[in-house]
Design a protein. Structure first.
Length: 368
């Protein structure tokens, strides 16, 4: 019987695995080159570039198993900090048309952000990071819209930058209006490139709005308003709008479009769950992690994933916003509160919950 090349390779791999169990062929390939690892997709950091003092663009070379992304999609990125694996989601900022096999992500170090600070301050060229495949439907349509409106703030510009770069790579930008909010003129992410795009593409209209005057301690002076949009883009009602940025911006734009009866025209990207305001009397409790035997006190404001990580555990997780179910864990007893809705669930019978978006409501025991 004649075997195909792929079948022969598979047979050889199976024999190799039997001979060297418990290790597998993939383990040895990973030792030679981590990008050959087909058990887990890896990326090598090729270069880093500081966009602003607290924001860095990293060029990544994905390994075996990568697939081309669509402009606007995101990936999960893993890092190891103090022996614990953490995963966060970042937009791909490079266009799909890039032909060197690399992609870029742009990360802003956020206050209290362990992973973002690690990526911005500590990751160097030559490092390897586990990554996920491209995901998300906040994408540029296959048929580029004749007229579009982008509203972004801070690092929320990253998926839009992938779209702008993609359209530029394919010729000329169509009729695009772009409002971007940044604290100051000197810390606009991609500031130089945005100015160059406006010069090279006359149909790309850009408005930079600075939210703070003077030093960083100054009060915010500019928020998004519908009037601001109408002044900049008179035909905003006739355009689809793509919005990405802090939750306050996303909420304000969503309300404005809903009130105008244009809910179907809005496309939103966000990487944090929208939280409902918790009552001041919301209670926490004592959290017991059954498998590890650890017990800690927790407030009713902190999600159970963060409680577990602060206790030194390393539970599986993905999106951290209640979408992917990668953090599902069984709550054996107690009550938990959904931080997105405020609804309290009694888990006395044992129930799988997404611990990234549930906080304790009293004493809780979890099977971790």
């Amino acid at each position: 019987m004649k075997l195909s090349i792929s079948s022969a390779a598979q047979v050889a791999e199976e024999w190799f695995n039997l001979l060297f169990t418990p290790l597998k062929a993939s383990h040895y390939l990973e030792l030679v080159n981590p990008l050959w690892n087909y058990r887990q997709l890896q990326a090598r950091v090729e270069s880093v570039w500081d966009e602003t003092p607290d924001c860095r663009t990293m060029t990544l070379r994905p390994g075996k198993g990568w697939r081309r992304h669509r402009a606007g999609q995101h990936i999960r990125v893993g890092v190891e900090i103090a022996g614990m694996r953490h995963t966060r989601t970042y937009s791909i900022s490079s266009p799909p048309e890039r032909n060197d096999g690399c992609i870029t992500i742009t990360v802003k170090a956020t206050p209290g952000g362990r992973v973002s600070h690690h990526l911005v301050r500590n990751v160097t060229p030559g490092s390897y990071l586990p990554i996920g495949l491209p995901q998300g439907d906040f994408v540029m349509p296959e048929a580029v819209p004749a007229r579009a409106l982008y509203i972004t703030a801070g690092s929320g510009i990253t998926p839009i930058m992938s779209m702008l770069r993609s359209m530029s790579a394919n010729g000329a930008l169509p009729d695009v209006y772009h409002m971007h909010f940044s604290p100051h003129a000197f810390n606009v992410i991609y500031g130089r490139e945005l100015r160059q795009l406006a010069t090279d593409h006359p149909r790309y209209k850009q408005k930079l709005i600075f939210t703070q005057a003077g030093d960083s301690s100054a009060a915010i002076v500019n928020h998004f308003t519908p009037a601001m949009t109408a002044e900049f883009c008179a035909d905003w009602r006739d355009r689809d709008v793509w919005v990405c940025g802090p939750q306050a911006l996303v909420d304000a734009v969503t309300v404005a479009w809903n009130e105008a009866g244009l809910a179907s025209h809005i496309h939103v990207e966000q990487f944090h769950a929208a939280l409902v305001a918790a009552n001041t009397d919301v209670k926490g409790g004592r959290i017991r992690f059954k498998q590890s035997g650890r017990e800690v006190e927790a407030t009713g404001q902190t999600d159970l994933l963060r409680v577990a990580e602060d206790a030194g555990l390393n539970p599986a997780h993905g999106c951290r916003m209640g979408i992917c179910h990668g953090c599902n864990a069984k709550v054996l007893s107690g009550q938990v509160r959904d931080v997105r809705t405020g609804k309290v669930t009694d888990c006395e019978s044992g129930e799988l919950v997404q611990i990234c978006v549930f906080a304790p409501s009293g004493d809780v025991e979890i099977d971790l």
